[in-house]
Design a protein around this ligand. Structure first.
Ligand SMILES: [Zn+2]
Length: 580
């Protein structure tokens, strides 16, 4: 009797547990879902230590510059790519997706509930599928692509343009374009900056053909469409956003460019109609020329940018001490001269590399890299390994930009460095002008990159040299030098080394503005962002942490943005902030 009772009781408990599980976790996993779970466990066991080793090798290479570290890095990178190259495993994932048996809650429910569990298995399947998809190609083709890419990269880093037969460095060219007032000297420097294009153009076109070959074997039109698909982006959607930006910036950009042209014509002693590409302050007219008086460095020179950043992030409830403690922050011989953030193990070992000096530029960079760092650091540790990373490359860029922008924000500078109202107003007068200049010029430049690259992959056999200048004339209003027939496009390294990526910089800026608007109006409940500095506001950190950082990529970037801000990604707040 007792035994029967016990069995009944056990049974009843089992039923209750099962029911509760169904309520909490959705339906119990079916056969396929169980298979997938097993696959994921084995896969993560394989890649987790390998990724950590690879990230450590990359870190060591960056801080030492040693060739052994670089060799270790490329060996581990290849090893990882080979895992994702496995055709049998890819077929398993493809079959899993096509079966439709891996459950996926409808977006509306996922967003309404904002519950990790609904999405987790299907989401991991998506992430895995995309990672395998872009690596599916015959080993010989993969090797050809990797080798040619490395060759081009090497040519870029060793090539030196010449001025009157003398070899010049990139820094020299940049310096001339920033400061030289003699038009002929500027023209020589600009021409020198383009010489690398002729040296690498044929190789880049060949690389484009190979990438297209791989993509077409997978059933895509070309490599551009494949890249966007595996990055969960849609060409139509990107076209829509870029068209919107084109429309909304055309008038303001034309006006701003007229003002700049007037300043340049006077400075170089030429007529406005005689202004050529070499009259702008960098080889591509992608940066804002420093034409207004503004010296923000003087505010930072007697401060410690590291202390400012640490205090600021602590104040918003996203402390970064542990990140800074394992980072490499100051200049040293042999060390990578730039800046980046790396998540070594997706378990809290997050580091940044900088070459800090106490000036405004490094203040911006430090806030920016720490923005990436808090994204990586504050993922929820309960989220599965494969999803413990930012929702998208541009969403982490957005968080970084959101914070990076503060280094020139008058209210932020005032509060962090105890400046007077007078000082704040002086900063604001010029810095908002520069912020606008910088954003509009950059957006127009990215339109050239995005639209050219799309057409480059659609048809690499067309007259690319003319196409490039059509784009530059249309989007940047910069004139093609008469009779010029050279592959000027090929002097931009990104076509070779970071293909189909550049548009993400603009999407990051758009999202940074959208988040800023949302926080100011919905979170802080203010009418405008006047004097908003975020200093000491833990509610800002809370919002970002809960809505963006913690879920990692449990949700697709578009679901995440809609959930976090109440609307899909839009350009309207960027336009309101910088264009109008
Ligand atoms: Zn960044």
């Amino acid at each position: 009797m007792w035994e029967v009772h016990q069995i009944m009781k056990t049974f009843a408990i089992a039923v209750i547990v099962a029911t509760i599980s169904v309520i909490i976790f959705g339906c119990a996993p079916n056969v396929r879902e169980k298979q997938l779970e097993k696959f994921i466990t084995a896969h993560v066991e394989k890649i987790k230590p390998l990724m950590r080793e690879r990230n450590l090798a990359s870190w060591d290479a960056a801080i030492t510059g040693n060739s052994e570290d670089y060799n270790r890095l490329s060996k581990l990178t290849l090893e990882l790519r080979q895992i994702y190259n496995d055709p049998a495993e890819f077929a398993f994932l493809e079959d899993m997706r096509e079966s439709g048996e891996v459950k996926r809650a409808p977006v509306s429910r996922r967003i309404a509930k904002w519950d990790y569990r609904d999405a987790i298995l299907a989401r991991q399947l998506d992430v895995l599928y995309n990672a395998y998809l872009k690596n599916q190609m015959e080993p010989q083709l993969l090797k050809k692509i990797v080798d040619l890419g490395t060759e081009i990269k090497k040519n870029f880093s060793t090539f030196r343009g010449t001025i009157e037969g003398r070899r010049v460095s990139n820094n020299e060219i940049k310096e001339i374009l920033k400061t030289e007032t003699d038009s002929a000297r500027r023209e020589q420097a600009w021409l020198a900056s383009k010489q690398v294009g002729a040296a690498v153009a044929d190789d880049i076109i060949e690389l484009v053909r190979l990438r297209n070959e791989a993509a077409q074997k997978l059933g895509f039109d070309n490599f551009h469409t494949l890249s966007l698909a595996t990055a969960e982006q849609d060409v139509k959607e990107l076209d829509r956003i870029f068209n919107e930006l084109y429309e909304s910036t055309s008038g303001p950009f034309a006006k701003l460019k007229t003002d700049l042209d007037r300043i340049f014509a006077a400075k170089y002693g030429v007529a406005v109609t005689e202004l050529m590409p070499w009259h702008y302050h960098d080889p591509f007219f992608q940066e804002s020329p420093m034409v207004y008086d503004l010296d923000l460095d003087s505010y930072y020179e007697d401060k410690d940018v590291q202390e400012l950043a640490e205090r600021f992030y602590a104040g918003i409830g996203l402390p970064v001490e542990s990140v800074l403690a394992s980072s490499d922050l100051y200049e040293r011989e042999g060390k990578n001269p730039h800046a980046f953030c790396t998540d070594i193990d997706r378990q809290g070992d997050v580091r940044i590399l900088c070459n800090l000096k106490n000036n405004e530029g490094w203040m911006e960079t430090l806030l920016h890299e720490l923005g990436h760092a808090v994204y990586d650091k504050y993922h929820n540790p309960e989220v599965p390994y494969l999803l413990r990373r930012p929702a998208h490359i541009f969403t982490t860029e957005a968080i970084a930009m959101f914070f990076g922008r503060l280094s020139r924000n008058g209210a932020w500078m005032q509060q962090m460095m105890r400046l007077s109202d007078q000082q704040r107003m002086e900063i604001e007068k010029v810095s908002s002008k520069y912020a606008r200049l910088k954003q509009i010029i950059f957006v127009r430049w990215v339109m050239v990159m995005y639209n050219f690259e799309k057409q480059l992959y659609a048809n690499p056999e067309q007259d690319l040299n003319s196409l490039w200048w059509e784009m530059v004339e249309k989007y940047q209003l910069v004139k093609k030098p008469q009779g010029r027939v050279e592959p000027d496009w090929a002097s931009k390294i990104h076509f070779a080394t970071a293909p189909c990526y550049y548009h993400n910089y603009v999407l990051g800026e758009l999202l940074a503005s959208q988040l800023h608007h949302h926080i100011v109006h919905n979170n802080l409940k203010l009418e405008s962002d006047k004097n908003v500095s975020y200093v000491g506001l833990s509610s800002v950190g809370d919002f970002l942490r809960k809505r963006i950082l913690e879920p990692g990529s449990v949700y697709r970037w578009d679901d995440m943005i809609e959930q976090a801000t109440g609307e899909p990604l839009t350009s309207k707040y960027f336009v309101a902030q910088f264009v109008k």
